[in-house]
Design a protein around this ligand. Structure first.
Ligand SMILES: Cc1ncc(COP(=O)(O)O)c(C=O)c1O
Length: 385
């Protein structure tokens, strides 16, 4: 397999379109059905659609327009904002395409928009601009020097890239480490982008694990230049129904609506019906995440301490990452020792070239299976010591 981390650089078309190596690697591993799955960055939660659906399950594919003429309203109510600031999409990945299109400005004489993209990242964040005739430059978030606390930015490095850019694409609760920005880094990014007239597209699929706490601050609250993207995929465990949204200024929202209609026409009716059924109950998933943190995390913590592995635990969410002992390569580990013990976790090299010694583990599964999974991960770790 070629490099597994996201591509950066020049825009691509046709046969030059880069693969999404992460998904090409991951989907076949999921199909192996390893018994101990620590790879899910989203909550595993069995939603009871039959109880919640207003309509009979067999009618789920019927047109939704008459019953749900304004699906933005349910997002608006949950987040306490005007429905005019919302665009519904098929998942956060599509929201990234639509939001970027809505932000771009015409260029002259074959010039291209330059987009600063945070790294590490979920590959579609980095590679969306390349498909939309933009060039990208990565800006890094680095592990903390002393091993503990938020991952940090180098402001000098970021400034030199931002000065050339039209848009910045970020993922505040970062994949694969699960850490949000250190507060002065966040403030600097917001203020600097405002000064330089740069729009920020913030992929926030993980931040609702903070909802209801003092730390919950979606970027759209930080000014007209900030755009939030979210979906039901991760925190709510509903990736298969493909329901996402963009929250932005009215101007960006109006551009985004036109882009959505051009690309997708209309939202899928099963998606709207299923999303409407669960929306009033979404806090159940946030509660479940709290429970899983309380029960599962001590088991992970203790195992890593037994193996003398440094563990920098993020305060929210369902995943984190650690460095394997002796600089061991995590791809080799997952496909070798982990596979032997039927464990699946995600190599850091899926998110950035620098993270090939890191392993992402998630505590998103029910506790009995999780504790067995951790014992098996421990066996795999012992075998490479
Ligand atoms: C940062 C990030 N954004 C978006 C997604 C996918 O979201 P969706 O399923 O809503 O397209 C992922 C999936 O791994 C992700 O890590």
């Amino acid at each position: 397999m070629d490099n597994t981390w996201p591509h950066h650089g020049s825009s691509t078309v046709g046969g030059e379109i880069h693969p999404i190596q992460y998904l090409e690697w991951y989907v076949p591993r999921l199909q192996q059905m390893r018994k101990y799955n620590l790879s899910f960055s989203g909550l595993q939660y069995a939603w009871d659609f039959e109880t919640y659906l207003a309509t009979n399950l067999k009618d789920v594919g019927h047109h939704h327009i008459s019953e749900f003429p304004h699906p933005e309203q349910m997002v608006a109510e949950r987040y306490g904002i005007s429905a005019q600031k919302i665009v519904i999409t098929h998942g956060a990945t599509q929201a990234l395409n639509i939001a970027l299109l809505a932000c771009l400005e015409p260029t002259s004489d074959g010039q291209k928009n330059i987009i600063a993209v945070e790294s590490p990242a979920y590959a579609p964040v980095s590679q969306t601009p390349l498909l939309l005739n933009c060039d990208t430059i990565p800006v890094q978030r680095h592990p903390p020097a002393d091993g503990f606390g938020p991952w940090r930015i180098n402001k000098k490095e970021w400034l030199s890239v931002l000065q050339q850019s039209k848009v910045l694409m970020i993922t505040p609760q970062l994949n694969p480490c699960g850490w949000d920005y250190e507060s002065s880094d966040r403030r600097w990014i917001i203020d600097t982008c405002k000064e330089l007239a740069i729009k920020i597209i913030s992929d926030e699929v993980y931040i609702d694990s903070m909802k209801g706490t003092k730390d919950y601050k979606p970027f759209h609250l930080e000014g007209e230049h900030c755009i939030s993207i979210n979906s039901l995929t991760k925190i709510y465990g509903l990736g298969p129904i493909r329901f996402g949204w963009i929250i932005a200024s009215k101007e960006i929202t109006s551009n985004a609506k036109r882009a959505f209609l051009t690309f997708s026409g209309i939202m899928a009716s099963p998606t709207i019906r299923l999303a409407s059924a669960v929306f009033p109950h979404l806090d159940l998933a946030i509660e479940k995440i709290k429970q899983y943190r309380e029960i599962n995390l001590p088991i992970l913590r203790e195992m890593l301490a037994r193996q003398n592995i440094v563990w920098n635990e993020p305060p929210y969410g369902v995943f984190g990452a650690f460095q394997l002992p002796n600089g061991f390569d995590s791809m080799t580990f997952v496909d070798g020792a982990c596979a032997e013990h039927s464990v699946l976790a995600v190599p850091g090299s899926m998110f950035s070239e620098e993270l090939n010694g890191w392993l992402r583990v998630a505590w998103s599964i029910e506790p009995v299976l999780f504790s067995e999974a951790i014992l098996n991960l421990e066996k795999a770790l012992i075998s490479i010591h």
